[in-house]
Design a protein around this ligand. Sequence first.
Ligand code: ZN
Length: 98
Amino acid sequence: MDELTPWDPTRPGCGAGIRGNEGRWTHCDRDVVAAGTRRFHHTPRERWRTYACAQHQEWLDNPRPLAEADRDDLAWRQEQHDQATRGRPYMRVRPLPT
Ligand SMILES: [Zn+2]
């Protein structure tokens, strides 16, 4: 993993991209152990809450163990993800307010 590895801060899980079948990018599906924030060079003013597994937590700006509110947020994200998958109305994960 390096600076060019895709990272999806809206995921209901680890945000890291990993190489899957035939070298295509897919999502890391390891258990989330840390919460933190990240900024991305293409949108430097946006700061995102995002999550990571043990292997990818060093990529968070300020990793910390999951708190109750993080578990609630992850559950909410999963609900929205499931709604979107079913073609139902859902809320998008947004950057943190500045
Ligand atoms: Zn990961």
